[in-house]
Design a protein around this ligand. Structure first.
Ligand SMILES: [Zn+2]
Length: 440
């Protein structure tokens, strides 16, 4: 769909609903992204409502330290061609080691994949506060809540795109991409790199190859090792509950797809007053998105329930006013969004395992079957081991480089030894001229 239309103010209101779609690819296509995109008329970040990224992560860290029996946190770092990224992952589980208990229902949630969607990371903090019982949902029976949560392991990524978020905080309020201009929701391998007619690199740059970005690499490894039953990629720009696919305008066939839709309908009815758009990302809005995280989670990681939630959008905001377009700007709306959507997530926690029923025993993802390189396999393996023994990821990152090198050297020397051994045998025992069996 023609994102260029966006610059035509006359058609803005009509085109908004087309463009706001999940990865909110859109908006602001206004020309020059190298210039400051924060004209004086646009609203700055409301600091009475929104944390600075550093403060938010500090609050989350403190929360984790206050609840060591329920929450743990790890920070995973990666770099590529001089570009560094880090992602913090908070794990919620009660009693026991989550990796030792694969019988639990596993949920992976990611927030803040696009820098300008600040509200999503505030929602992550709210959900973690409720999980740690420092805040409470109205109308939620604590006994029923506890019996629900006992069965779950929940991993929360509060801010997937920290570098992009920092650019937004430095004044580029319309930035959705990572710290070097790649859209982290176009950098995954399913249908990667395909460009629609109205492709705009300032919004949807997919990177130089699938998983070219450290953030996407970290998320892929996290998903492959955790192997979740539910994945939710949380965005803002509109109100919608999307399921696969993003790269085509259909939903998958079969019972899991039907269960996904039932769950979304329940959430829409209970928490969105039926305002939310439901359906496949690609089919609901009218244009397709290629290389998205949710399509990868569904197709490759085989997550039976893979979603993209769009939790807020202001249709009346100017296309230049990105803070307002993607984030509530007054206290009552801010609180309403956080209250409604945190309740929606707890509905997912409760209903997800029931809806999935027999599919609950999900097909485990086989990393080697998915064409993952030996490096990725080792990384995924080591990530799991490190989590099991509670080591810090950053320490292991250096170790992994060395292990990879040793592993390669070991393979190389084994091949050389084998070659020498064979050639010796052939000389001593089978010392006869080699005759080619193939005629000229
Ligand atoms: Zn987004």
């Amino acid at each position: 769909m023609g994102r260029r239309l966006l610059s035509l103010s006359s058609s803005l209101s009509i085109s908004f609903c087309f463009f706001a779609f999940l990865q909110d690819a859109v908006f602001l296509v206004v020309a020059n992204r190298n210039q400051s995109l924060t004209p004086t008329s646009s609203m700055p970040i409301n600091r009475d409502l929104y944390h600075f990224s550093g403060d938010l992560m500090e609050h989350i860290k403190a929360l984790v330290h206050r609840h060591p029996g329920k929450l743990t946190m790890e920070t995973i770092k990666s770099r590529n061609k001089g570009y560094r990224a880090e992602i913090s992952v908070i794990t919620y589980f009660r009693g026991g080691r989550e990796y030792d208990d694969r019988s639990k229902f596993r949920i992976l949630l990611s927030f803040g994949q696009h820098g300008r969607e600040l509200i999503t990371s505030e929602l992550a903090y709210r959900i973690l506060s409720i999980l740690s019982e420092e805040q409470f949902l109205p109308n939620m029976d604590p006994t029923s809540l506890n019996s629900t949560l006992d069965k779950l392991v929940i991993k929360v990524v509060p801010m997937e795109n920290l570098n992009g978020r920092r650019l937004v905080e430095a004044g580029d309020l319309c930035e959705r991409r990572n710290g070097r201009g790649v859209d982290l929701n176009r950098n995954w391998s399913v249908d990667w790199g395909k460009k629609e007619k109205d492709y705009d690199p300032y919004e949807e740059n997919p990177g130089t190859s699938p998983f070219s970005e450290p953030e996407t690499q970290i998320m892929r490894k996290l998903a492959l090792s955790f192997d979740p039953h539910v994945w939710i990629n949380v965005h803002s720009g509109m109100e919608a509950l999307f399921m696969p696919y993003d790269h085509k305008n259909t939903t998958p066939d079969g019972p899991p797809s039907h269960q996904m839709k039932l769950l979304l309908e329940e959430v829409n009815y209970l928490h969105c007053q039926k305002r939310c758009m439901i359906g496949s990302g690609g089919g609901s809005v009218g244009y397709l998105a290629h290389g998205t995280a949710t399509d990868f989670m569904y197709d490759v990681v085989k997550v039976p329930m893979a979603f993209t939630f769009e939790i807020y959008g202001d249709r009346g905001a100017s296309s230049k006013d990105c803070f307002k377009m993607f984030n509530p700007t007054d206290l009552s709306t801010f609180n309403r969004v956080l209250n409604e959507w945190s309740a929606a997530f707890f509905t997912i926690f409760k209903s997800g395992p029931h809806k999935l029923g027999e599919v609950h025993s999900k097909v485990p993802v086989s990393t080697l079957d998915k064409g993952v390189s030996i490096d990725d396999y080792l990384d995924g393996y080591l990530m799991e081991r490190s989590s099991r023994y509670g080591k810090k990821m950053e320490v292991l990152e250096l170790g992994m480089q060395e292990i990879r090198t040793y592993f390669r050297l070991f393979l190389l020397s084994s091949v050389l030894l084998l070659f020498m051994f064979c050639s010796r045998i052939s000389k001593s025992k089978y010392n006869r001229p080699v005759i080619s069996a193939i005629p000229l």
